[in-house]
Structures are given as C-alpha cells and as structure tokens.
Design a protein around this ligand. Structure first.
Ligand code: GRF
Length: 218
C-alpha cells in the first residue's frame, strides 16, 4: 500500500447504509482509507445519492439485458481503472461478477454478506434462518473468490435470534453489526494488516483460520 490513504471503490445496488458507514468512518479519520468511487448497477440506488452528498464520484453503470456478464464486467473495470483503487468493496452489490473481474481484483476485493458464512450463502438470508429455527445469525466480511459468498472469512458479527424476531427486526439488527465489521475490515486492509495469501486470510502476519467474531447485543 502506498503511504497515502488507501483508495477504496465501492460497488452498490441499493440503500447504501454500509457505504455510509465507510464514508462516516473515513470522515471521522478511523478508516485510514478514502472512498474514491461508487459504482451502481441501479440508477435509483440511494447509495449513489449518499456518495454524491459526500462529494464522491458516483456512477451508474447500466446493465442492459443484452449485455453479457463479461461485457458488463469490462465496463466496470474501465470505470474502476480511472480511479486506480487499492481495494474494491462489494456493499450490497446485487450482481454476480465473472471470473475475469474476480481474478483482476484477487486479494483486494471484499464482500459483506448477511449471514454467518458458510451458512446461508445467497439471497433472503433473514427469512431462511428464521424458517430453519436457527439460534444465531449475523453477517460476514470475506475476501471475494470465484465461488459465490464462499471466499475466506475475515470478520463476523454474531447475534442470538430472539423470540419474536421477524425478517425486519433481524435485518435491522444485522445491519447494526455490518456497520461495525465492514469499516473494521477496510481499516485493517488499508493499514496493511490484512491480506490474502495462497487462499488464506493473513492478519498481522499470521494465518487467520477462523474469522474474528464480534458479538452483538444479546
Ligand atoms: C447488506 O445486508 C449486505 O450484507 C448485503 O446487502 C445489504 C446491503 O445493505 N450484501 P445496504 O445497501 O448497505 O444498506
């Protein structure tokens, strides 16, 4: 990493509360990194407004139905290259990226997922954990690899599921923790403490066989 603050690009599709957590941490001086670009596949994403309000370049990259994944990914790469990011963060980006894109940013792309991976990859996690009668839920920050929601995990936020929890209360409770663990992982990466080495997470020069777990409120 260069001596100046790490440059972070964030890919989004929706609300952008995780993006906001990064913006707020950067403004507070606790991120050690600068959000330099926000890309969205949806024009109406509130995340784009949040980025613009913070003075960050925010670009809608439309996904025409006819555009194959590879062509779309190339458009993203071109937009990213202009800002030469050190790190790419997927924060609620609802498109699957192809292997070319993932290879290009190998070891410098993070994703946040709303479950305790490896449990519940994919969509609709809050409903699925409730239906399965799980006792625990949470969120995971991981390095992105070719397999969806399956890259090496770095940090998890964990909460007990309460009697009476609904999809909405779980989504809200998990979001609280996402806003803690995503900035923390970015900060570790920006400080040069975190890297991916031969498929394994290294933190402070040591392998991290299990993600660091942040316990949420009971
Ligand atoms: C989060 O729950 C994240 O884990 C998932 O998408 C959601 C994005 O929320 N990948 P927001 O747009 O950051 O508010």
């Amino acid at each position: 990493m260069s001596a100046s603050a790490a440059r972070v690009a964030v890919l989004v599709s929706g609300e952008g509360s995780n993006l906001q957590a990064l913006i707020d941490a950067a403004a507070a001086g606790t991120l050690g990194a600068k959000v330099v670009l926000v890309l969205s596949n949806r024009a109406a994403a509130r995340a784009l407004e949040r980025a613009r309000a913070a003075g960050i370049a925010a670009v809608h990259v439309p996904a025409a139905r006819a555009l194959a994944r590879e062509a779309y990914d190339k458009t993203l790469v071109t937009a990213l290259a202009a800002q030469s990011p050190d790190l790419v963060v997927l924060a609620g980006f609802m498109r699957i990226l192809g292997p070319g894109f993932i290879d290009r940013f190998a070891g410098r792309m993070l994703n946040i997922h709303p479950s305790l991976l490896p449990s519940y990859p994919g969509l609709d996690t809050h409903r699925r954990v409730l239906e399965a009668g799980e006792r625990w839920h949470g969120a995971t920050v991981h390095f992105v690899t070719a397999e969806l929601d399956a890259g090496p995990a770095i940090l998890q936020y964990r909460i007990p599921i309460r009697r009476g929890d609904t999809v909405e209360t779980l989504a809200q409770r998990v979001h609280v923790g996402e806003h803690i663990i995503l900035p923390r992982a970015v900060e570790w990466f920006a400080a040069g403490r975190l890297r991916l080495e031969r498929g394994s997470v290294m933190l402070d020069g040591r392998p991290l066989p299990q993600p660091v777990v942040v316990e949420g409120a009971t």
